[in-house]
Design a protein around this ligand. Structure first.
Ligand code: AMP
Length: 447
């Protein structure tokens, strides 16, 4: 490892000029992370476990070398550790929530390896909705009126106090499916039974959080944290439902754009004060060393912003729009986050807007076929300001084929949202695979 520093004025002056980096995960978020990390002059070698067909095609700006995908699952902690030790990886970056909740950060740190992401204690904010709800109430973070329950009768009684108009949430990780929106008491009781009695989400449903139903506009906030400091990103908005006009089933996210017009800079700064300041103070008070990404889901209600939930990692597909807008060096930012050095760090963002349209397999979020050949990718990537991030793709017989529900995140920058939206959809039109499904109204709300 070459210890020469690149920029002695940088707050991350200790960062190495030659870094071997391992990224963990295989989705669109991880492709965006790899793509941005590969542009850094600090990165000399990059692996991704397990990665995808798009990640395989990335090249490092510093030396033109390829990114290597290694066949180790994101949750196979012992193998990931052994790989990092064998290759003398300098810095590991974790994308998905599961390895964080399993304690990958603690494991790597206990073996003297530098890693970016939240530790197991901090991952509880995402892994347990009961934990998050109690924390928000204790530290005065604006959220929905709510109760937490392990008893079915008490849970149903609480739903009745809200007139049955409520949201019943399984406590644990349930692949984004453990949240049931209810319109009346009968629906609420069925939701409680489904989660707590039928155990539709297994052990994740041993406890529930029941929140009042909030009306408003939903936005995503992202902040990079280093244990004491939290630095807020610009705003973005996801589109969770499968179909245009926010119809159809909930998905992992069908598209994003940034910035959103729904929060002015002043409102964003106010939201940061109301949410991030008590969050970081609470973490310090509870002995939680929160270093990594904090992604609160927010409802902008007529009584101000309210936190619906905390995620403890980058959003997918928020990452795709954020990283195409980010001008700063991502290696330096993540290193500063892991090293407790964010306080003096300036984030530089492009003034352009970014739009990401997810192309999904036909049938998603239900059952869908795999192995469909994808064409038009190279032509799409040649369009100005456009980057196609891969999510569910693999190489098969020299062809790129579909391998997941969300297949591609077609992302474009433009001088404003309308231009970025037109560019993203122009790129979508050049890409083909059998049964491809995408929403045609990403960013339309903002226009
Ligand atoms: P969560 O995983 O807690 O963010 O919930 C998933 C989705 O359910 C959110 O993105 C919202 O669209 C919706 N949701 C969650 N909590 C509430 C709430 N209290 N009121 C209205 N909608 C909610």
């Amino acid at each position: 490892m070459n210890m020469r520093t690149l920029n002695s004025k940088s707050p991350t002056a200790s960062i190495c000029a030659a870094m071997k980096i391992l990224v963990i995960g295989s989705g669109g978020r991880e492709h965006a992370l790899v793509w941005k990390l590969a542009q850094s002059p600090h990165a000399t070698q990059l692996w991704c476990a397990p990665g995808n067909a798009g990640i395989l095609q990335e090249r490092l700006a510093k030396n033109g070398s390829t990114v290597e995908c290694i066949n180790i699952g994101a949750e196979d902690l012992p193998k990931l550790l052994a790989f990092a030790q064998e290759k003398q990886v300098d810095f590991t970056v974790v994308g998905p929530d599961n390895p964080l909740a399993l304690g990958i950060v603690d494991l790597f740190q206990n073996h003297g390896l530098k890693i970016w992401g939240v530790n197991q204690k901090a991952a509880q904010f995402e892994a347990s909705k009961v934990f998050s709800q109690k924390f928000m109430e204790k530290y005065g973070i604006p959220t929905a009126a709510a109760g937490t329950f392990s008893d079915v009768v008490a849970a149903k009684r609480f739903c009745a106090t809200l007139g049955g108009k409520c949201v019943v949430k399984a406590d644990g990780l349930a692949l984004g499916k453990g949240v049931l929106i209810c319109h009346d008491q009968a629906e609420a009781e069925r939701a409680v039974d489904e989660i707590m009695v039928s155990k539709a989400f297994g052990a994740a449903g041993a406890r529930v959080v029941i929140q009042e139903f909030l009306e408003g506009i939903e936005v995503s906030l992202h902040a990079l944290c280093d244990g004491t400091t939290a630095k807020l990103f610009p705003t973005s908005q996801d589109h969770k439902r499968a179909l245009d006009g926010d119809q159809g089933l909930n998905t992992g996210g069908m598209g994003t754009y940034s910035p959103t017009p729904f929060l002015t800079d002043t409102q964003l700064a106010d939201a940061a004060k109301m949410i991030l300041d008590p969050f970081m103070l609470g973490c310090v008070a509870e002995g939680i060393d929160y270093r990594g990404l904090l992604y609160p889901g927010i409802m902008l209600t007529k009584n101000g912003p309210k936190v619906l939930e905390f995620n403890a990692r980058f959003g997918d597909p928020e990452t795709q729009v954020y990283l195409t807008r980010l001008e700063s060096d991502l290696v330096e930012l993540l290193d500063a986050s892991a090293s407790g050095m964010l306080a003096n760090y300036e984030f530089k963002w492009k003034s352009e807007a970014s739009v990401c349209v997810i192309m999904a397999s036909g049938g998603y979020p239900g059952n869908y076929p795999k192995g469909k050949v994808i064409t038009g990718l190279a032509a799409a990537n040649r369009l100005p300001g456009t980057k196609v991030f891969h999510a569910g793709t693999v190489m098969k017989d020299d062809q790129i084929v579909t391998s997941g529900g969300r297949v591609l995140g077609v992302t474009a920058l433009g001088k404003d949202l309308r231009t970025a939206q037109a560019a993203a959809y122009a790129a979508v039109e050049t890409i083909h695979f059998e049964g491809a499904h995408f929403r045609r109204d990403i960013a339309a709300k903002a226009l």
